[in-house]
Design a protein around this ligand. Structure first.
Ligand code: SF4
Ligand code: SF4
Length: 179
């Protein structure tokens, strides 16, 4: 019969409209910011730097190799290497970034910096409430703002962070056996 599709579609709409007063699951809108949905594990927006232990400066995994800076397509990473060295997670003396900036007004969230980092030092964050009135300085994230703990990484990407920890532990163990 002509129009049966329209009628059945309207019946679904009506059922959901009336049902939404009784069953919350039928509501597809969220009353943001009072209500928030849990973001999926693989949601990502801008990068952050991971540090181990509870000391952001000493525990930073980044060794300022600059690979991410070179590979970033819009060139929004800026790194200055340190003059001295500090031990990394395997106890090896490494350089660290004296300056590490990311201009998130330019970042396109491609995750290439994460893919190319050989040290598991940079990962994608889930923070999205970053709107501001000033376009330049406020959206230029500096090392201090970018540095977040491994505990935080586990909170936002539990599966991925557990895999990374296992890989780093295996690498440290293999190195110990070689020595
Ligand atoms: S996510 Fe992409 S655009 Fe953003 S800093 Fe990393 S490589 Fe650059
Ligand atoms: S984040 Fe990784 S790739 Fe980028 S400079 Fe640091 S260690 Fe190198």
């Amino acid at each position: 019969m002509i129009g049966i599709g329209i009628l059945s579609g309207m019946a679904v709409t009506l059922r959901n409209f009336v049902g939404s007063y009784f069953e919350k699951d039928r509501l597809i809108t969220v009353q943001y910011p009072e209500e928030r949905e849990t973001l999926p594990e693989n949601y990502r927006n801008f990068p952050f730097l991971v540090y181990d232990t509870d000391d952001a400066a000493a525990g930073l995994r980044c060794v300022a190799c600059k690979i991410c800076e070179k590979e970033c397509p819009p060139q929004c990473i800026y790194i200055v290497k340190s003059d001295d060295k500090k031990p990394d997670y395997m106890g090896k003396l490494q350089l660290y970034p004296k300056v590490f900036d990311i201009d998130i007004s330019v970042c396109m969230s491609c995750q290439i910096c994460v893919e190319v980092c050989p040290f598991e030092a940079i990962k994608m964050d889930k923070v999205f409430e970053l709107s501001c009135r000033e376009r330049f300085d406020t959206l230029l994230m500096r090392k201090e703002e970018l540095s977040k703990s491994n505990i935080y990484y586990h909170k936002i990407h539990p599966v991925e962070a557990a895999e990374v920890d296992a890989n780093l532990a295996a690498a440290a163990e293999a190195k110990k056996k070689k020595a």
